[in-house]
Design a protein around this ligand. Structure first.
Ligand code: AMP
Ligand code: MG
Length: 329
């Protein structure tokens, strides 16, 4: 990315129109009143509330049916706001300058102003600056960080457009900022910056390889049997799942299909005749359209979905993680 983080933000903020300003001010008054506002981001839509208000945050968990030990990411609009909620270190500042606003969440030691409810009882909190003008403006107008998980009912595929948010949680929110379709389509990359090693807690929209190139070091993968579950509680739950079974495979085989009606998604054409198929022209489109494809195919009349395996480098790592967890393996 070019320029400093400040330059990038100034450019983004200069584009807001009067009409948008009125909508943002209205949504900001809801945030300050402790209500829920659905927010667009470059990754997926979020279900936002004042991160510093434990009661408001409680209503996020209730609206989603989210387990209370799965902590939320705090969305900020400036370095100062980040500094007010977590203890920044040099590595964090460097990565912010390099990648914010963008799909990178960093886990750092929390300051006392962050309610335990927001951080799922942990001593750490995750922060990120989303790359979406309306949401950055909303955070700025609210004057507080906004805690936001994805705006779906817990366990369902994440929403990447405003209509899907309405379908899932429409009755439970005060407003939706409609920012169109999400550009990245999978959630942010989450890294732990509290220790000597940088640890990847969740692959996401920013490639691990890009973080490694910037830092000049290897980002560690959580080892089996380590305390990863304690450190990133969200990774323990089945997630992102369509209502019919989903299998991740290289090919649609008879063994998998067993005479049932099947749907296909992937980058290549399937052999045989699925009742529905979605072909992605590139890996970034696979990521962008993954969750919508799950919701479309579960309604296609198929009894199962076969999702084509993809190379798990760069954005592929996030795609494969979402598919694996959707398949319940
Ligand atoms: P979501 O809100 O669905 O995007 O999920 C947020 C992800 O960030 C989950 O996997 C959480 O477990 C993880 N996360 C948030 N805060 C922390 C934290 N303080 N420590 C470790 N992981 C976190
Ligand atoms: Mg989620």
């Amino acid at each position: 990315m070019s320029g400093t983080m400040e330059d990038r933000l100034a450019k983004i903020f200069s584009q807001t129109t009067e009409a948008e300003r009125a909508e943002i001010d209205r949504a900001a008054s809801f945030i300050r009143a402790g209500r829920l506002v659905a927010i667009p981001t470059e990754t997926v839509y979020g279900l936002g509330a004042n991160a510093l208000d434990a009661e408001a945050v409680k209503s996020i968990y209730e609206a989603k049916g989210r387990p209370s030990d799965n902590p939320l990411i705090l969305h900020v609009c400036s370095m100062e706001m980040a500094d007010s909620v977590v203890k920044l270190n040099d590595r964090a500042r460097f990565l912010m300058e390099k990648f914010w606003p963008g799909p990178l969440s960093m886990v750092l030691f929390a300051r006392g102003v962050v309610p335990l409810r927001t951080r799922g009882g942990l001593e750490t909190a995750a922060i990120r600056m989303p790359d979406n003008r309306l949401t950055l403006e909303l955070i700025r107008a609210s004057g507080v960080p906004i805690a936001a998980p994805s705006a779906n009912i817990s366990g369902r595929p994440s929403p990447t457009d405003a209509q899907t948010v309405r379908d899932d949680v429409g009755g439970k929110i005060a407003a939706i900022l409609d920012g169109g379709e999400c550009r990245v389509g999978v959630e942010s990359t989450v890294i732990d910056l509290t220790g000597d090693k940088v640890v990847l807690l969740r692959p996401g929209g920013l490639a691990k390889e890009d973080i490694e190139a910037a830092l000049g070091l290897t980002v560690a993968l959580p080892q089996d049997g380590s305390n990863i579950i304690k450190r990133s509680p969200g990774t323990r739950y089945r997630h992102y799942a369509p209502v019919i079974p989903l299998f991740v495979a290289e090919q649609a085989t008879e063994e998998l299909i067993k005479g049932r009606k099947w749907a296909w998604m992937g980058m290549s054409e399937p052999p045989g005749s699925p009742v529905a198929k979605i072909i992605f022209a590139s890996q970034s489109k696979y990521a962008r359209e993954l969750f919508r494809a799950m919701r479309t195919l579960e309604k296609s009349g198929a009894e199962l979905i076969i999702a084509e395996k993809t190379d798990s480098s760069r954005i592929g790592r996030a795609i494969m993680e979402r598919l694996t967890r959707a398949s319940g393996i």
